[in-house]
Design a protein around this ligand. Structure first.
Ligand SMILES: [Zn+2]
Length: 327
């Protein structure tokens, strides 16, 4: 098979392959928590593509359910390997300008933050140092198992920026979000829908820390979504890189291995398509938005109607929390 690239297979070959074996990582049961806030650790697809044993091969055990992990994004900046994959994305406008308005984390805070990274960061750049400020101000997102309705619209996520540390709530419906304001999410898989909403809340945190709280709530929602698109784009690129590297590691000419390699390349292509979509969807945005209304500082509800629905923004004073069971 020789060198593989994203163009090694035709669209129809990839469609056929992915229909038989869908992307094993972008799987709802791995990504989307159930009503107890838990996900399946394994899927049959993971076993097939990565040749791992998913659970007791005798079939006695059910696949283990584990608490869904919070979505954090900090490794995108603090893990040098991950950061290097996405560095050019984070140095694009308007993300770069927004980040450069953030106060740089103090030396101590930055050192603590960076030492938590899996791979040591030796010479963090300005973007890494300033994003450390965001991550030290937000709490780990927590799952809420119902999706509350506000003004007839479903809430997907919420952040309270008037607290010393900002709590972030993600609501169960986020996995099935069809749109986030004017962004049509239906072309994305569950992982990026969820990540885009979690990252959107971080976008509000960036605004809160730069004092960039627009008098027009919708402008703030647009900005938060645009910032989010950079973080989600990084996730898409990381996944594309992961699948492509896994494909390149397969050198065996055996037909089963060739098929597995083809699956991995096609999965890499799928993430590449998502990455391109995220980059193009934000292209119409401009940064000349009205600035600062001192009274506008509460929680952001970040609900969304269907893609073709109304554009009105919501803001609530506190993020709705309906149930605490299952923690
Ligand atoms: Zn929002």
């Amino acid at each position: 098979m020789g060198q593989v690239g994203l163009d090694s297979f035709t669209d129809s070959e990839c469609l056929a392959l992915l229909e038989r074996t869908p992307d094993p990582i972008d799987d709802r049961t791995l990504i989307c928590p159930d009503e107890r806030g838990e996900v399946n650790r394994w899927s049959q697809g993971l076993a097939e593509v990565f040749e791992v044993v998913p659970f007791d091969p005798m079939g006695h055990d059910l696949p283990p359910r584990v608490p869904a992990e919070p979505i954090t994004f900090s490794d995108q900046f603090w893990n040098e390997g991950e950061y290097s994959v996405c560095k050019d994305i984070f140095h694009e406008e308007p993300f770069l300008s927004a980040v450069m308005k953030l106060p740089a984390a103090s030396g101590r805070v930055a050192r603590e933050a960076l030492s938590n990274a899996g791979e040591r960061v030796f010479r963090p750049d300005e973007v890494q140092l300033r994003m450390a400020t965001v991550f030290t101000h937000v709490e780990q997102p927590t799952w809420e198992f119902e999706s509350p309705m506000e003004e007839g619209r479903e809430l997907y996520g919420c952040i309270e920026v008037h607290r010393r540390r900002f709590p972030i709530r993600l609501y169960r419906g986020a996995c099935d979000a069809k749109a986030l304001y004017s962004y049509d999410l239906r072309v994305l898989g569950p992982m990026l829908r969820l990540e885009l909403i979690a990252a959107h809340e971080l976008g509000h945190a960036i605004d809160a820390l730069t004092g960039d709280l627009s008098s027009r709530p919708l402008a703030a929602e647009t900005r938060a979504t645009v910032y989010a698109s950079f973080l989600a784009q990084c996730s898409a690129r990381t996944m594309r890189t992961f699948f492509l590297e896994a494909a390149r590691a397969i050198t065996s000419p055996l037909s089963a291995q060739r098929r597995r390699k083809a699956q991995l390349v096609c999965m890499a292509r799928r993430w590449h398509t998502f990455e391109q979509y995220l980059a193009s969807a934000r292209a119409g945005w401009t940064s000349s938005e009205p600035r600062l209304s001192p009274g506008f500082s509460s929680a952001f509800a970040c609900a969304s109607p269907a893609a073709d629905g109304a554009q009105a923004s919501l803001s609530v004073h506190e993020c709705p929390v309906r149930t605490r069971q299952g923690r």
